[in-house]
Design a protein around this ligand. Structure first.
Ligand code: SF4
Length: 735
């Protein structure tokens, strides 16, 4: 193959289009890595509607990771103390099938668990749901989106009646006020930030409010930076609402016609006076008033958030509190406005569509809904009541199930929990207890492989064909453009093969990923994420397409690519986005609730799950850096990125450093109630006094004793079950 191929970046949820050109033979002009291997050329795809040719360092260097440290063959061992031996696919799959059958017979289906990933393509996700939830009859499938986006999912469902970010990236260039809370967009979603930043530079009347305890690259660009104390987000959000209420700056028409619950909300926000909020958040009253003034005076407010909001023991409450502000001011379903969660992983959105969390079913359906279960059982040709009515184990309950012996079989794919889970020492001890763990990944070594009995080599980016959905609901077809290394196979093919060996030949009679996709989109028919108008053929011919995209709409327009259904009130916004063809949800101000109205879901602030005290006086917050991706499985193998970020560090404010006698670069031991880790000190005013920051990327493979998650705790949001990875109490000691 010599032509260039259009595909999607497999890192973050921005979902930038890439154009990949194969290495030009063995000529001297060919780019090569340090081992002399030819490197595929990767540039931004100018025709991709989301990224318009832009790309960050991760996307630009992705090809360098394709051949390094790949897991090429199935491997097995009888115990975790033995070395792995190479086996055939038949041997590995027979062993897996026998283990599942044995656990089904002795412990029942609920002792079988699978932990998947937002790195999956939608087809991988879908076949895994069919295997675990449909054929085996347990809902024990969870994905690393649980650690990432599940609070956004829960918040959208509570407030708007279903999941699905309502906005599109074009709103970045149409807003009068961007309200960024709990997101270091400049480093973690760089191309979204590039679009916003370019627009703000040209449109100096538009405002950027950034809410973050750190002065991040994002905060540096802000019109107003509110460096609130960690855990006070709801105080701030309710405090802004209090002022809007006091000033009469709310949208009575929208509230009356399109929402419920405003009276209860008004009762809650009554308590959040500027004096109380400023004191609790640690900010100035005039700064709080300025933020509320921007909300009040802007015609269109766009909120963006990511892990700083979601990874919290009150994550769903924070998301609902953001949405409440949008409902109060009518800032939803119109150009440049709305609550917009930025997805972490490249295809967490596709996972949500395919039902890839332990309480979901495909097509934005719920395990708890009997009608939803019946619809899926029929489409999967399974007996009535095959799908359990009980939500499965979220990933933390998989870990505790290993501790108690209730989990007898664990299948982990495309994720690295031995770095990314909270309370890492406890997680690792539980993984050691697992009677049987399958680990399916493209790379070896990884930290999690050390806890596996079977390793299965997965085909990765460019080695299989499938679809991915980015944060603005744009679906991109990612074609295979090179052969998998060694004996690696696409994830969905591995799941389907195990399904067939378990006797479900009819259910897994797929020959291609296109067949999987065709079946999957049928399950979205007349659902909020309707994709029945999407096919591989159409995606190939027309390029990336945004959902909703129903077969009815396709027939009606015959060429409905990017054709927006006019909203009931769209006349109100005429002129604002004439250039924009992207779709946003709720343009008719009809929501997915039974009465069609959005709900004010009011919460009082609770604060951090673990409050600093005399013994552990600092709040540790963790986050990501511009170049590295999650647990560095790919980026740790890319020279340019390693040079950019060679080592982890701890940010500490000069006042705290002086008080404790710490010097720049000095090794600091950070201790929490659960573990400890060591980092060189970076003394900077970017962090608030009383807080420290460490990056979360480094696992045991890359740095000794510098695992951020040795320190974090697993307390989670009671609604979304997303752990509070973002904050815990620590003490600091010079080494
Ligand atoms: Fe890839 Fe995200 Fe960078 Fe875009 S912003 S190139 S999707 S990592």
């Amino acid at each position: 193959m010599t032509d260039s191929v259009k595909t999607l970046c497999p890192y973050c949820g921005v979902g930038c289009g890439l154009e990949v050109t194969p290495p030009a033979g063995s000529g001297r002009a060919t780019n090569r890595d340090s081992q002399g291997n030819p490197i595929w050329k990767v540039v931004g795809d100018r025709s991709h509607p989301s990224s318009q040719g832009m790309v960050c360092v991760k996307g630009a260097t992705i090809a360098e990771s394709l051949d390094k440290d790949r897991l090429k063959y199935p491997m097995m061992r009888d115990s975790l103390t033995e070395p792995f031996r190479r086996v055939s696919w038949d041997q590995a799959l027979d062993q897996i099938t026998q283990q599942i059958q044995s656990v089904l017979a002795t412990q029942g289906a609920d002792a079988v668990c699978m932990y998947g990933s937002g790195q999956f393509q939608t087809e991988d996700y879908y076949v895994a749901q069919k295997l675990i939830k449909g054929c085996l009859g347990t809902n024990n499938f969870d994905a690393n989106s649980r650690l990432c986006m599940s609070s956004a999912v829960a918040g959208y469902i509570q407030s708007l009646g279903s999941d699905g970010p309502p906005c599109c990236y074009d709103d970045l260039e149409l807003t009068d006020c961007a309200f960024l809370i709990g997101t270091n967009t400049a480093e973690c979603h760089p191309i979204v930030f590039n679009r916003l930043h370019k627009y703000l530079k040209k449109n100096t009347r538009a405002k950027l409010i950034v809410v973050d305890p750190r002065t991040t690259k994002t905060a540096e660009a802000a019109t107003l930076h509110l460096a609130i104390k960690p855990g006070t987000d709801i105080d701030l959000l309710n405090g802004i609402a209090h002022l809007l209420m006091r000033w009469g700056k709310f949208d009575t028409f929208f509230i009356d016609e399109c929402t419920t619950g405003f009276t209860q909300y008004a009762e809650v926000i009554r308590y959040y006076t500027p004096e109380v909020v400023a004191r609790k958040c640690g900010i100035r009253i005039d700064h709080l008033e300025e933020a509320a003034k921007y909300w009040a005076e802007s015609e269109n407010v766009l909120s963006l958030w990511s892990m700083g909001v979601n990874q919290s023991s009150e994550g769903t409450a924070k998301v609902c509190s953001i949405i409440n502000l949008h409902l109060m001011t009518g800032n939803i379903g119109k150009p440049g406005a709305g609550p917009f969660s930025l997805t972490g992983q490249p295809n967490a959105m596709g996972g949500r569509e395919a039902g890839g969390l332990s309480h979901l079913l495909p097509g934005y359906r719920s395990i708890k809904n009997a009608q939803h279960r019946t619809e899926i059982e029929k489409l999967w040709n399974l007996p009535e009541n095959r799908i359990s009515s009980f939500p499965g184990r979220d990933v933390w309950r998989m870990i505790t199930g290993l501790e108690t012996g209730d989990v007898g079989f664990l299948w982990i794919a495309a994720t690295n929990p031995a770095v990314s889970m909270p309370d890492l020492e406890r997680t690792k001890a539980a993984l050691l207890k697992s009677p049987f763990t399958v680990y399916q990944d493209a790379y070896d070594p990884t930290e999690t492989a050390a806890y596996a009995h079977v390793l299965l080599p997965a085909a990765q980016w460019g080695e299989k064909t499938g679809t991915m959905t980015n944060s603005e609901r744009v679906v991109t077809l990612c074609p295979k453009f090179r052969e998998p290394l060694g004996e690696a196979k696409p994830d969905w093919e591995i799941f389907a093969e195990v399904g067939r060996r378990l006797g479900f030949t009819e259910q897994f009679n797929f020959k291609t990923s296109a067949e999987v996709h065709r079946e999957f989109v049928q399950l979205t028919h007349r659902r909020p994420c309707d994709m029945t108008g999407l096919s591989y053929e159409r995606l190939q011919q027309e390029g990336p397409i945004q959902w909703p995209c129903s077969i009815e709409e396709l027939k009606q327009t015959n060429n409905s690519l990017n054709n927006t259904t006019p909203g009931l009130f769209s006349g109100l916004f005429k002129g604002k986005d004439e250039k924009t063809k992207a779709k946003r949800l709720y343009t008719n101000w009809k929501f997915n609730t039974p009465d069609g109205r959005a709900k004010f879901v009011a919460f009082h602030a609770k604060g951090l799950a673990e409050i600093p005290d005399a013994q552990y006086p600092f709040v540790l917050t963790v986050g990501r850096l511009y170049g590295h991706w999650h647990t560095m499985t790919r980026t740790g193998r890319i020279e340019k990125i390693n040079k950019m970020h060679p080592l982890p560090f701890i940010e500490i404010h000069p006042k705290d450093a002086e008080r404790l006698g710490f010097k720049e670069g000095q090794l600091i031991e950070v201790r929490s109630r659960r573990g400890k880790a060591q980092f060189p000190a970076m003394i900077t005013k970017a962090i608030t006094p009383g807080c420290v920051f460490v990056p979360m990327h480094w696992g045991a493979l890359w740095a000794d004793d510098a695992e951020a998650n040795s320190l974090t705790h697993p307390e989670s949001c009671p609604i979304s079950l997303e752990p509070e990875l973002k904050a815990c109490a620590v003490q600091l000691v010079a080494v």
